[in-house]
Design a protein around this ligand. Structure first.
Ligand SMILES: [Zn+2]
Ligand SMILES: [Zn+2]
Length: 388
């Protein structure tokens, strides 16, 4: 029987937030060098503040603002006037439910729509465009960008908690650059506001304030990937850091999914050259079909021949393979690589988690399956949410 137990922690949790609504500062179009962009409000009311002094009100439809980087300053125009050259421009929300569209003109890029406000500065003829957005509006945008609009509802709830946890755990990642998170894979993909599936917004709302903590009540590094290929990885076998909750688990849920299996080929010549350059001892005697055959029934950390070894993560990176979970079969002048999974393999397996949701598992079942010895808590009330 399901029951919900709330335990009020009397001891200190290492993070807390005073304000009722938490905003995050996310650099958008972060992987592009944008010189000129157009911004226009779609919904709500805004005010444009330049160099900390008010310039004008912006309402839906009555203004399109153009911004161009000029060295470390930016020049702004509306439809009628040149507004001036400034060091910083903030587009501040003056009502609830605000959104705007933004479209870079140089280089010309696809238009996006975001909620919240904007902070624009410039450095070296490049605009730095920061979306000041409510945490959960950001989480909904990330869940849609990372997971697509057609996944099951309980999966969206688990992914909402994971994305919120990941964001709160990485708020200082870009602090030297003047923002908190970027919109790329480096942090979490955030290519638009959530607009294609309202059930994502509902999933974020129903898991409001919920995050995942480890046994010491620290936010976990809530990593996820597309498909683990049947077994997730220990964090220390992929990255240098060992995390008690990122332990290898056997996962049968992600079988027969889009990214369950893959095949690749490498020429024998390229492979021998590669091993030679990475320090393997190459002799005619030791390099035959038997020694080149490499089987992974369970995930390994290294590819080994005799006394030589190389990290599978390095092979994956060097040959741009979908995963490190592959076996190698020599075939005349080629090696056939038969692999399973897609991604680094650490933490939650997205295709497995989606299948769990389709089978009727709850969001907490999904989280507790992929992350070991963790708890789901409300980060504002500091109450444990234990649903089993
Ligand atoms: Zn980043
Ligand atoms: Zn999996």
């Amino acid at each position: 029987m399901n029951k919900t137990i709330y335990i009020l922690f009397s001891f200190l949790i290492l993070f807390s937030f005073k304000s009722e609504s938490q905003n995050v500062f996310v650099s958008i179009y972060n992987d592009f060098k944008i010189k000129t962009t157009v911004v226009r409000p779609v919904q709500g009311k805004y005010e444009l503040i330049a160099n900390d002094s008010k310039v004008l009100k912006i309402n839906k439809g009555n203004n399109i603002i153009y911004f161009t980087a000029l060295g470390d300053s930016l020049s702004a125009w509306d439809l009628d006037n040149h507004l001036g050259i400034f060091k910083k421009i903030e587009i501040i929300e003056k009502s609830k439910n605000n959104s705007f569209r933004i479209q870079p003109a140089y280089p010309a890029l696809k238009e996006r729509e975001y909620q919240g406000g904007l902070v624009l500065t410039a450095k070296g003829n490049r605009l730095i465009i920061i979306n000041n957005v409510n945490l959960d509006d950001y989480v909904a945008g990330v869940v849609e960008s990372e997971c697509g609009p057609n996944a099951p509802f309980e999966y969206y709830k688990s992914q909402s908690i994971i994305c919120r946890t990941y964001a709160l755990d990485h708020l200082d990642r870009h602090i030297q650059e003047g923002f908190q998170l970027c919109d790329c894979v480096h942090c979490q993909v955030y290519k638009n506001r959530c607009c294609k599936n309202d059930s994502i917004i509902l999933a974020v709302k129903q898991t409001e304030n919920l995050v995942i903590v480890d046994s010491s009540l620290n936010l976990i590094a809530a990593t996820f990937h597309s498909n683990c290929g049947g077994q997730t990885m220990n964090s220390e076998d992929v990255w240098s850091s060992k995390k008690s909750y990122l332990k290898s688990v056997t996962d049968t849920f992600c079988r027969n999914q889009v990214h369950s299996s893959w095949t690749d080929t490498i020429t024998m010549k390229d492979w021998i050259t590669y091993l030679d350059t990475t320090g393997f001892e190459i002799t005619q005697k030791t390099f035959n079909n038997d020694s080149l055959t490499f089987i992974q029934k369970h995930r390994k950390k290294y590819y080994r021949i005799n006394g030589d070894s190389i990290l599978l993560t390095k092979i994956r990176s060097d040959f741009k393979l979908k995963s490190t979970f592959f076996s190698i079969y020599p075939n005349n002048n080629f090696l056939i690589l038969k692999g399973t999974g897609y991604g680094h393999g650490v933490g939650l397996c997205q295709e497995g988690a989606m299948q769990m949701a389709r089978y009727g598992y709850s969001y907490s079942d999904i989280i507790y399956f992929y992350y070991r010895d963790v708890s789901i808590i409300n980060f504002r009330s500091k109450k444990l949410v234990d649903i089993n």
